[in-house]
Design a protein around this ligand. Sequence first.
Ligand SMILES: [Fe+2]
Length: 233
Amino acid sequence: MNLFEEYVKGYDFGNKKIEVKYRHTLRVKVLCELIAKDLGLDKEQIKLASLCGVFHDIARFEQVKRFDSFDDYTTIDHGDLGYEIFLNEFADKLDLSEKDKMIIAKSIKYHNKHKVENVNEEELLFTNIVRDADKIDIMYIYANVPGMIADGEGEITDDIREVFYSHKSIERKTADCSRETVVLALAFIWDINFDCSYKIIKENKYYDKIKKILNNSVYDEFFEEINKFLKEK
Ligand SMILES: [Fe+2]
């Protein structure tokens, strides 16, 4: 954790995006620990999950510095860059086995990917913990930080609808307007792995809060589908 704190000190906290990602990281760390505990993992594994959370968005700081943007699609893939930053700047300073270092590195690389590939069973477990923790906190941010999600413009096409109703996550490159990007964010629910993650999402009523913020009936059908799904979880 100290290594992380030292690293982020080098970035401009006057930029709201840096502050947002710093706070996001701290919450994702705690969420990773929570999920790992709920899964019944041992003390060492919980610590490893915690570190995956700490480093998962390490490239966001450099991304904001270089591009002042979080949009991987138009800038850089922050999972890929994070993998490099972790292995080049942090791995040697951590008292961990090579196997555990690779678990962290892979969880960084694949936390933001449409498809997780090239991982073994253990790497997949930790990657999925980070993916859930990250999405839970993004829902928290949308629901609680003003301006992080808003109604957009454009038409939501049947292609996007079809992917949504098949309960699959939507690829960024297929979202052609800002309203489709909103639907993409709502579809995060289809890419949750663990029961305790659903529980956290339900208990905090994130989708109800996001619905209120969007305040447009064009999204009603999507919330209905999500609520129907969550009821059975
Ligand atoms: Fe991320």
